[in-house]
Write a protein that binds this ligand. Structure first.
Ligand code: AMP
Length: 293
């Protein structure tokens, strides 16, 4: 099998990116932490439709993990990742080492205000500082025209959009729908941590979001009532702990009480030691109708 090219250093990445740009190619970037699955594959395919060369970055970013989180045990399988990038039509993989990204003396971090105040930003202090920093560094190295992120990590995508806008970065940010297993569980590298028992129970996460969506679509306008119903659903299951269940504004991620015609329902739930997140946007009016008003 012909394999994809792997680039390990910023200097090589600059050289290759400059050449691609000189040759008139539009560069697409898919930032990932590796252990690729169908969600990543869908991002690679979607960006491939609007660019000429797709760079997939594979870097488990220590700066976005808290001290008690799973940086060391985060799943890794580089050979399998390369095969998937190749199969989905990716052109190259940018996989810098930790020392290449954060060499001795490294001292610069990006702080985004307000957007990280709730949801994962509240339960993982410093997480989005690490995300914003690594994404800015990946953009600087790969020089993409377009970068794509998954809606599964909606707050992350919002933070990245904010960074690109605020720093006047010349990159278009695409956001792709969440890819799910047949039983509704959002695909995630972390799903492999789940014991068979937790895996069966993990469908609860999407079930909880659907429960919330049903309530909103039936006309419930009070976020607290929707959230209570979602929490009740979790409390019927054992071995599961809620990190957060929230109804927030889909643009700025601030909790809302009176539900408008577009709300993001988001949940983070622990199954044993492992924490999974998911979200859905619920719209009570089709966009075309909203835009007429
Ligand atoms: P990760 O490797 O988990 O950091 O994810 C890399 C990118 O893939 C992020 O933009 C994620 O939002 C996106 N992603 C992860 N899982 C999914 C999924 N199930 N569906 C769509 N995108 C996803």
């Amino acid at each position: 099998m012909e394999s994809v090219r792997v680039i390990r250093t910023v200097q090589d990445m600059h050289r290759v990116a400059d050449r691609m740009r000189r040759d008139g190619f539009r560069i697409g970037l898919v930032p990932t932490m590796g252990y690729l699955h169908g969600g990543h594959a869908s991002l690679i395919r979607q960006i491939g439709r609007v660019t000429d060369r797709t760079v997939v970055s594979v870097f488990v970013n220590p700066a976005q993990f808290g001290p008690d989180e799973d940086f060391e045990t985060y799943p890794r399988d580089f050979e399998r990742d390369l095969a998937m990038v190749h199969a989905e039509g990716g052109s190259l993989v940018y996989a810098p080492s930790k020392a290449e990204m954060y060499p001795d003396g490294y001292a610069t971090y990006l702080e985004v205000e307000r957007l990280p105040d709730h949801l994962c930003g509240a339960s993982r202090p410093g997480h989005f500082r690490g995300v914003a920093t690594v994404v800015a560094k990946l953009f600087a190295a790969v020089k993409p025209h377009v970068a794509i992120f998954g809606r599964k990590d909606a707050q992350q995508a919002g933070v990245v959009r904010r960074v690109a806008t605020d720093l006047n970065l010349d990159v278009e940010i695409m956001i792709a729908p969440t890819v799910r297993e047949v039983d509704g569980l959002a695909k995630s590298s972390r799903n492999r941590y789940l014991t068979p028992g937790h895996r069966r129970r993990a469908t609860l996460l999407y079930g909880v979001l659907q429960e919330g969506r049903d309530r909103v679509l039936k006309g419930e306008k009070r976020a607290s009532a929707v959230i209570d119903a979602m929490n009740r659903r979790v409390s019927r299951s054992t071995g599961v702990a809620v990190d957060y269940i929230s109804a927030v504004d889909a643009e700025d991620f601030r909790p809302v009480e009176a539900l408008g015609d577009r709300v993001l329902l988001a949940a983070a739930v622990r199954f044993g030691k492992f924490r999974l997140i998911d979200n859905i946007v619920v719209e009570t009016e089709p966009r075309a109708v909203r835009e007429l008003r």
